[in-house]
Write a protein that binds this ligand. Structure first.
Ligand code: ADP
Ligand code: ZN
Length: 430
């Protein structure tokens, strides 16, 4: 029933396995120039890890550490042992590089296959990977996972909706991997082309790689007529395959035989209370080339208490609220872009894309939200449009507590990037 023998391991056994693997990982990490210094400074030896809770004695690793040791200061093996590298998307600054040995790639593919299996994907499925290939881990990461599961795998890559549609039709594709912002855009394209959804064989969409709301998921499910599953990963922890929703769709199981997940208060570095939101901190337990210890992801989430109905014992993460870096402060109020998305996509007249702009009026920061409106509501009747604008403004104010300027724009008029959506543009100077 499960893909991997550890999926329903009783918690005490799983935690014992984690402690054992953490000791092994420390032995390996010590061989890298970076961790040799870090662990000596912290005066922690592998044998000091008695239970997994002892992980708190270890120092954090930050994105700045990775940047300072770029490109290869974190490697725990000679360079000739490595067979691939990926580079993060660089959404928040200089990208970081991660190197993999053949064994690391094997372990990664198995993790991704396990994730796919937990959504109900099987070897009889035909899988189209609609995310960018190249340095982005969502390409090859998902690709090898699907092959490992045994699916017929189509490396479509990103963009070119016309060709994507042809592939979906010609090869009777049943499952896709697609970035949520592109999924919404693609659904708009299908409408435009008048594609009868019953002519497609789609049943599952794996969506992730960027923050998105439950509203966005519901739209993807309705517009593509699929079940959509949230996929979380980051290059520093291989890429996709870190945490994934199962068929229950109630949070993402983080694979605790391969990772240690902790949630900390970003200010103090201490664990938050169970169920509280904080910064996710991740440790590799099954990587031999470049293991990272207590890596601060900057992603905000919480553990979902209790056990999942699917029977897996690995804990579940709440949908990622965004990155700590994503927070906007306007007029003294903290705002996350996902709060804005939630309000917009819950409004039926709103189309599939939006853009948040920060600008300055005199000395005061202001927020403008450009919102695409579905064609059928983009009418010439000024009064109707004004009414809609008022309604959206009020909904946003209820959600974010300040009044933004709302600009209604036509379907498809906001530029769509091929990779991760850029939701916020900062037009303030200085
Ligand atoms: P970058 O950090 O430069 O974007 P990556 O391609 O490695 O490079 O992206 C990993 C990041 O993408 C994560 O740290 C997280 O912020 C975001 N991310 C990935 N999957 C999800 C998801 N399912 N929900 C929200 N955010 C996600
Ligand atoms: Zn589950």
């Amino acid at each position: 029933m499960f893909y991997h023998e550890t999926e329903n391991l009783p918690r005490p056994d799983l935690e014992r396995l984690q402690a054992e693997r953490l000791r092994r990982t420390l032995e390996i990490a010590k061989r890298s120039p970076f961790y040799a210094g870090r662990l000596a400074e912290a005066k922690v030896r592998p044998e000091d890890i008695k239970t997994i809770d002892d992980i708190r004695r270890l120092p954090f690793t930050t994105k700045d550490d990775l940047r300072a040791n770029y490109p290869d200061g974190m490697l725990a093996r000679p360079i000739e042992d490595f067979v691939r590298l990926h580079v993060s998307s660089g959404t928040t600054g200089t990208p970081t590089a991660v190197y993999y040995t053949q064994r690391d790639l094997d372990s990664w593919a198995s993790l991704v296959a396990r994730c796919m299996h937990s959504t109900g994907m099987r070897r009889s499925d035909v899988f189209q990977n609609m995310s960018g290939y190249g340095l982005f881990t969502g390409g090859l990461g998902m690709h090898y996972g699907a092959e490992r599961l045994g699916c017929l795998t189509i490396p479509a890559g990103a963009g070119n909706s016309k060709r994507q549609l042809k592939l979906l039709q010609d090869f009777k594709v049943t499952c896709v991997h697609i970035i949520p912002s592109y999924a919404l855009h693609f659904a708009g394209f299908l409408d435009q082309e008048g594609v009868d959804r019953n002519s497609l064989s789609l049943r599952i969409a794996l969506i992730g790689a960027e923050p998105h709301t439950e509203q966005a998921r519901l739209r993807v499910e309705e517009l593509l007529r699929v079940k959509a599953y949230n996929s979380y990963g980051l290059t520093e922890m291989n890429g996709p395959g870190v945490a994934f929703e199962c068929v229950e769709q109630s949070g993402m199981h983080v694979w605790e035989d391969a990772f240690v997940a902790e949630i900390i208060d970003p200010a103090t570095g201490e664990w938050v209370e169970p169920g509280e939101t904080g910064e996710l901190v991740m440790t590799n337990l099954d990587r031999e080339g470049m293991p990272l210890i207590r890596y601060r992801t900057r992603d905000l989430t919480s553990f979902i208490p209790g056990q999942c109905a699917c029977g897996r014992t690995h804990r579940r993460l709440e949908r990622i609220a965004g990155r700590a870096d994503d927070m906007l402060i306007v007029k003294g109020v903290n705002i996350y872009p996902m709060q804005i998305e939630q309000a917009l996509l819950a409004t039926p007249e709103v189309g599939q894309n939006y853009l948040i702009e920060l600008y300055r009026e005199g000395y005061i920061d202001q927020l403008r939200v450009k919102v695409e409106i579905k064609d059928e509501y983009f009418v010439e009747d000024m009064r109707a449009l004004q009414g809609l604008q008022k309604k959206i403004t009020a909904r946003l104010r209820d959600e974010i507590l300040i009044t933004p300027r709302v600009e209604l724009v036509q379907h498809d008029s906001i530029p769509k990037s091929q990779g991760k959506a850029q939701r916020v543009v900062d037009l303030r100077e200085g």
